[in-house]
Design a protein around this ligand. Sequence first.
Ligand SMILES: [Zn+2]
Length: 401
Amino acid sequence: MMKSIARYISLCCLVLFPVVIFSETLTVIDARGGTTVIGTLLFDREEYLPMAELIGPWEGQATWSDIEGRAEVKLPGHTLRLSGENTFFLMDGRSYNLYNPARVYDSELWVPLELFTRFLIPVWGKGVGWDPQGRKLSLGMLDPRQVSIPQARPRLPQETRVIEKVVIDAGHGGKDPGAVGPTRLQEKDINLDIAFRLKTILEDRYGVNVVMTRDDDVFIPLGDRTAIANREAADIFISIHCNAAPKKKRNRSTTRGVETYFLSLAKTDDARATAAMENSAIQFEQPDKKNANFDDIQLILWDVMQNEFLKESSDLAEWIQEALSDGLAVPNRGVSQAGFYVLNGAYMPSVLVETSFISHPEEEKFLKKTTFRQNVAEGIAQGLREFAKRYKCKFGRMEPK
Ligand SMILES: [Zn+2]
């Protein structure tokens, strides 16, 4: 109990004191072509706009609830409901999921720019417009590119890319044991051990800053795991798991091997089954969802498909899988894609490693061995190193080659 209270407090601290960097300005255009310059902030690399300053140009009306940081905004023809520290919002009565939560900062509600670019513009069409070059946001049917304003500030040129912070997610934990082997070996314990080994390699060998979603046998909801990565502004997200063949499957005792996943639509029944198994951890959060159909995850995947990190996640999965199959004496099942809840909403290259099959008697035996778990950690680290090399990134303290 104390542990969970401490965890709650530390999560709250993360929420209350996110990384804030003074950003810049953008110009808001109203229906008459009038312009207002507003200051924006960067939280975890996402640009945020102060909601209160948008209401006037938008000719809207807002109802605020200070205590909960909630806002209901009534606009001509539309309604928006947002609340602080929440990635979900309601748009004309339907709920949508942001990568970055709305935030309460300095007693004001701040909304991420993605609210406009990913949702309002595609769904509302011409009612809203964004011109990234001119940094102009139109809230009144005008094409922002047609509205000239005195000097817009240029964006800073992109710096050399750095992989300095990696979030390692040891799958399952606490009341959720994950998959269980023939001799009752629990997936959650193996995942945590491998996560610690990977952390040690990344920190000691490369000087990479590592954040663990859990460093103990505690339960963390699936959505919180990527939320931690987003709040930490991590450069890479890696979720570590052990696979298990479905109980009813006839070849349960022979299905084996190592595979690496990135988030996308499942292409095969096996990939779908693995994702369904990992996603079923949600039953520990919402018992009524035990038999939920995870197709709703597939619904939001159209967005992930266009995600700038899809290619990078797939590359990362490829190089990790290559290193793992070289270093482990288990069959190579290759790279797969599927709709993993835990990877959804991660705003960075992210993969899920299924280190081997805990349901397979021999692989369960391997998983009990220190050397095997160390080799898994080494393989993942090597894959990361390869990613940094190919993308010409600085990797911790190592300069790009
Ligand atoms: Zn798992």
